[in-house]
Design a binder for this molecule. Structure first.
Ligand code: HEM
Length: 233
C-alpha cells in the first residue's frame, strides 16, 4: 500500500532552493574575478597537468575582462549566501533536524555500505532512513565547506580589517601569508562545491522522481511493503 510521508520541512526546502541559484551566481562571479589573476594549477614541479583555466574556457563562457562586474555581483550575493546559510544552520539546530543530518558513530559503517551498494557489491537493500551515513557526511561536509568559503572570502575581502583571520591562517611552517592561504582555500573549496554538485545531482537523478519531488513538496510516497528507498549523497 502507498502512503504519503512528510520528509523535508518547508523552511529547509526554501533554504535549499535559494542556495542553489545564489551559489551559482557566487561561482560565476568568482570566475569573473579569478580571470584577472588565474594562478592555480594541478601539476608537479614546473610540469603543469591542468591550468585553471585555459584561455578558451574564459572565451567560451564570456568571462574575460569583467573584473569590476564580477566583484560587484560577488560581494552582493555573498550577503545572501551568508544569510541563507546562517538561517539554515539556525533552523536545523533549533528544529531538531540536526538529528538526521549530523554523522554519528554508525555513519562510518553505513557510508561504507552505501559505497558497496552503489558499486553493486552489496546486493541486499539498504535500511530505510531519511538520510544514510554517506548523505550525513556529504550534507554536513557541504555546510562546513560553506562556512569555510565565507571565512576565507572575508579574509581576502578585508585582509587588514580582519587580520585576525589571516593571522590564524598563516602558521609559520606553511611559509605563505594568511592572504595566500585564504585565497588558495577559497579556490579549492569552490572546486569542492563543483564536485559535490556533480555527485549530488547524479545521485538525485539516480534516486528518481519521488525523492526529487519530496524536496519540492515536502512529501514522499512510501510503499509499506518495501524496505528500501532510493538514496542520494
Ligand atoms: C550546489 C548546490 C546544492 C547544494 C549545496 C545542496 C545541498 C543539499 C543539502 C545540504 C541537502 C540536505 C538538506 C536537508 O535536509 O537539510 C540536500 C538535499 C537534496 N538536494 Fe541538494 N544541494 C544543491 C543542489 C541541488 C540540485 C541542483 C538538486 C536537484 C537536481 C538538488 C536536490 C536535492 C534533493 C532531491 C535532496 C533531498 C535528498 C534526499 O531526500 O535523499 N540539490 N541538498
Amino acid at each position: 500500500m502507498k502512503r504519503l510521508e512528510r520528509k523535508h520541512p518547508l523552511a529547509i526546502r526554501w533554504f535549499h532552493w535559494i542556495n542553489f541559484p545564489v551559489l551559482f551566481v557566487m561561482m560565476w562571479s568568482g570566475l569573473l574575478i579569478y580571470w584577472a589573476n588565474d594562478v592555480y594549477r594541478v601539476g608537479f614541479g614546473s610540469h603543469t597537468l591542468l591550468h585553471f583555466f585555459p584561455e578558451q574556457f574564459y572565451e567560451r563562457f564570456n568571462l574575460s575582462s569583467r573584473l569590476a562586474e564580477g566583484m560587484a555581483w560577488h560581494f552582493t550575493f555573498a550577503w545572501f549566501f551568508a544569510l541563507n546559510g546562517l538561517l539554515y544552520v539556525l533552523f536545523v539546530a533549533f528544529s531538531g533536524e540536526w538529528r538526521y543530518l549530523l554523522p554519528t558513530r554508525k555513519s562510518f559503517g553505513e557510508a561504507f555500505q552505501v559505497v558497496l551498494h552503489d558499486l553493486k557489491i552489496r546486493k541486499s537493500p539498504l535500511p530505510r532512513a531519511k538520510f544514510n551515513g554517506a548523505q550525513r557526511f556529504a550534507y554536513t561536509g557541504v555546510v562546513v565547506m560553506g562556512f569555510g568559503s565565507l571565512v576565507t572570502g572575508l579574509a581576502i575581502y578585508k585582509p587588514i580589517q580582519l587580520a585576525i583571520i589571516t593571522r590564524i591562517l598563516s602558521p609559520s611552517f606553511l611559509g605563505a601569508s594568511g592572504y595566500e592561504v585564504a585565497r588558495w582555500l577559497h579556490f579549492w573549496l569552490t572546486i569542492g562545491f563543483c564536485g559535490f554538485f556533480l555527485v549530488h545531482v547524479a545521485q538525485v537523478i539516480r534516486a528518481g522522481w519521488n525523492n526529487f519531488r519530496a524536496m519540492i513538496t515536502g512529501f514522499e510516497v512510501v510503499r509499506d511493503e518495501t524496505e528500501e528507498t532510493p538514496h542520494v549523497a
